[in-house]
Each structure stands twice: as structure tokens, then as C-alpha cells.
Design a protein around this ligand. Structure first.
Ligand code: SAH
Length: 352
């Protein structure tokens, strides 16, 4: 396993301490930090002495990921990435082009242990957490891929993994991406999606980081939620809602509810009314997602007419809601599908 120091995991202060320990003057840390956060390797750090570059290469890793493969959609500007970790594990990311710029969906764990029945990421369980530097490397590699076309302006923690099950590294990643000597990304441009780990939502509220919180709700009550999301046994909806209210109160940020519409389960207008009642009065928005087919799951997406009726039912009750635009469905758009297909076949997947 990994023995070298992943320098990209470090805060500037930690990097200062490390470089001081190997006899370097204080200003070097900032130089190294700035280079690394531009996605550069040690050999490209032109203003460092050769001996230092050699020492860093011996003891440390610059970029802990490589871009293993890319799958551009034939239908839109979406590109799906497979990133390779140093230990050979693969994770996925999705690059999306919106009118406001480029957004990258990143993974926070290799696999996931949450067990949601509609999600491909969780089928083989969780291999390990990603470190903060690995998450950051996903963004840096996407920036490198974009080159002159632009930079990633928004990040969503909505790829494989449950970010709040990897709390420490996720919060560290948020601080790194927000740092002035790094990408300096406003945390308002970062969305964190969770299946609803209540203590960690409360802890995140206390960090007062103004990250946009997305809750994967997918049901208006515990009975339905428990059919598809095991986490609902641990944290019932009323506890989840009270943590969400606290998050909104502490950060002033509007919360997003993700709701995948599944045929015969959660997608009638009666469910829409129940949902409206549940979230009434909360500063929130509902993102309706047409369920993506996952081969291993028997769940069926709701019909387009049902999706439209559901939306109209929410709107008539003055709940802010939209249907999420489907992007990159031809390139295994649903979370975890691409990595699984790749693991199963071991060959480059067909993008048609
Ligand atoms: N673990 C986090 C983030 C990863 S999943 C979470 O649960 O929020 C990202 C989003 O994709 C979640 O809202 C998840 O519920 C949704 N999702 C997963 N599989 C899906 C599928 N087959 N169709 C539609 N949405 C799916």
C-alpha cells in the first residue's frame, strides 16, 4: 500500500512543517503548494532547486491520480472520466458543461457501503475512502483535460461514495479547494450530496462552510424510504429533517432534495403532496431525477407523464422544483455504472 507522502493532502501549514523538517526555507512551501494545486508534477516546478525536486520525488507523490480513460457523450458535452489511483483502484468523475461554466462531479470513496437499492456504486461495497488530495486530483486532472477551453467552476460531491461517511477527508478537501493559494473556489460553488447521515450533517452545519447541501431523499415517508435506502432505518425522516433545518439555520443556504422517481413506488401525485407537506416552510428546492436504469436492480423509472404530473403537483403547492436534465445517459451516467462496467469487462466500454 501507499507509503509515500501524498503532498496534495496537506494544508499549506502542514506543507510548511514538512519542508521545514527537510531543511527548506519557509517560502518554498507556498511555491510547492501553488504548483501542486495547478496540477503540476515535481519535475515541472521550475523555480525549485534540482536537489529539492529530487528529494520530493523520493519521499512524496505529486498527483495521486492519473486520467485512465475518458468517454465523451455523443449526445451532449458531457464527458465521463475514469481516474486511476496509485494502488490501481478506479473511480469515476463526470464533466458537465452548463451555461454558467464547467462543473465536475467527483467520487469521494471507492465504492460505497450505504446499500441504496437503485445505486450501482454500492453493489460491491466500499473498498476504501479517497483522501482529500485524491479528490482534489480529480478536479486538477479535469482542469488539465479542459486546457484552454476553461476551468472547473463548480464541483459536486455526487460521484461514487458517501461523502459524509468519509467526513474528515471530505471537509479537508473543502478547505483545500477553497484555499487562496490553491484553486480558491468559493464553497458556494460546491454541492455535497448525502443519503442522510444525521450526526455528520449536524457536524457540517457547525463548520459553517456554506457548501450547498443536497439530500438524497427519494421518498416522502420512512416506509417507502426503508424499501430503497437502508440508512432510513438508522435515521428516520423526522431526525433527518431536523438536522437539515439546523443546517439551513446555521448556513443560510437553501437545501436541495434529490428525488428519483421510481415506477410503482414513490411517484404518484399523492406522494408529491406528502412530500410537499414534509418540506413545507423549508428554504429548499426539489430536484426530480428520472431514475437511471441499473442492470442489477429491478427498479423501473417512472413514465415521463408521471414525472410531469409529479412536478406540477409540487408547483401547485408552491414548492420550488425542477426535473434534472439527463446528461450523458449514453456513457453510463448513473453513479458507479462506468466503474462497474469497466471492472466487469476489463476493456474500454462502448460509449454508444
Ligand atoms: N452518497 C451520496 C452521493 C452519491 S449518489 C448520496 O447518496 O447522495 C449521487 C446521487 O445519485 C444521489 O442523489 C443518489 O441517490 C443518485 N442516484 C444513484 N443511483 C441512481 C440511479 N440509478 N438513478 C438516479 N439517481 C441515482
Amino acid at each position: 500500500m501507499q507509503s509515500k507522502h501524498i503532498l496534495l493532502d496537506d494544508t499549506l501549514e502542514e506543507m510548511q512543517a514538512y519542508l521545514k523538517g527537510i531543511g527548506q526555507p519557509a517560502f518554498r512551501a507556498k511555491q510547492v503548494y501553488q504548483w501542486l494545486h495547478k496540477g503540476m508534477g515535481f519535475e515541472d516546478m521550475h523555480n525549485l532547486p534540482k536537489t529539492l525536486k529530487e528529494k520530493l520525488s523520493e519521499e512524496c507523490i505529486d498527483l495521486p491520480m492519473t486520467l485512465h480513460a475518458e468517454f465523451p457523450s455523443q449526445k451532449d458535452d458531457t464527458v465521463k472520466f475514469l481516474f486511476a489511483c496509485q494502488d490501481g483502484n478506479l473511480v469515476e468523475g463526470v464533466l458537465m458543461h452548463y451555461h454558467y461554466g464547467y462543473s465536475l462531479c467527483i467520487s469521494t470513496q471507492i465504492g460505497c457501503k450505504m446499500g441504496c437499492s437503485f445505486c450501482a456504486s454500492t453493489i460491491d461495497g466500499c473498498v476504501r475512502n479517497l483522501s482529500a488530495g485524491e479528490m482534489l486530483a480529480e478536479v486538477l486532472l479535469a482542469n488539465r483535460y479542459l486546457g484552454d477551453r476553461g476551468k472547473i467552476g463548480h464541483v459536486v460531491l455526487m460521484g461514487s461514495g458517501e461523502p459524509l461517511d468519509n467526513y474528515e477527508s471530505t471537509v479537508r478537501f473543502l478547505r483545500l479547494i477553497n484555499s487562496v493559494d490553491g484553486l480558491n473556489m468559493s464553497l458556494r460553488n460546491v454541492s455535497l450530496s448525502t443519503c442522510g447521515l444525521v450526526p455528520q450533517i449536524r457536524a457540517l452545519a457547525d463548520e459553517k462552510m456554506s457548501v450547498t447541501l443536497s439530500i438524497s431523499l427519494h421518498a416522502p415517508n420512512d416506509d417507502i424510504r426503508r424499501e430503497i435506502m437502508p440508512i432510513a432505518y438508522t435515521y428516520p425522516i423526522d431526525e433527518l429533517m431536523s438536522a437539515v433545518r439546523e443546517y439551513v439555520a446555521q448556513t443560510g443556504r437553501r437545501v436541495i432534495f434529490e428525488y428519483a422517481l421510481i415506477d410503482g413506488l414513490n411517484s404518484t401525485t399523492a406522494h408529491a403532496r406528502e412530500l410537499a407537506k414534509l418540506i413545507r416552510g423549508l428554504q429548499c428546492h426539489v430536484n426530480l431525477i428520472p431514475l437511471n436504469y441499473v442492470d442489477e436492480s429491478s427498479l423501473i423509472p417512472a413514465k415521463p407523464a408521471a414525472v410531469k404530473d409529479f412536478l406540477e403537483a409540487l408547483e401547485s403547492l408552491h414548492i420550488s422544483a425542477t426535473i434534472r436534465r439527463e446528461m450523458g445517459t449514453d456513457i453510463a451516467g448513473a453513479c458507479g455504472q462506468l466503474r462497474r462496467r469497466h471492472l466487469q469487462t476489463g476493456v474500454e466500454i462502448d460509449t454508444m
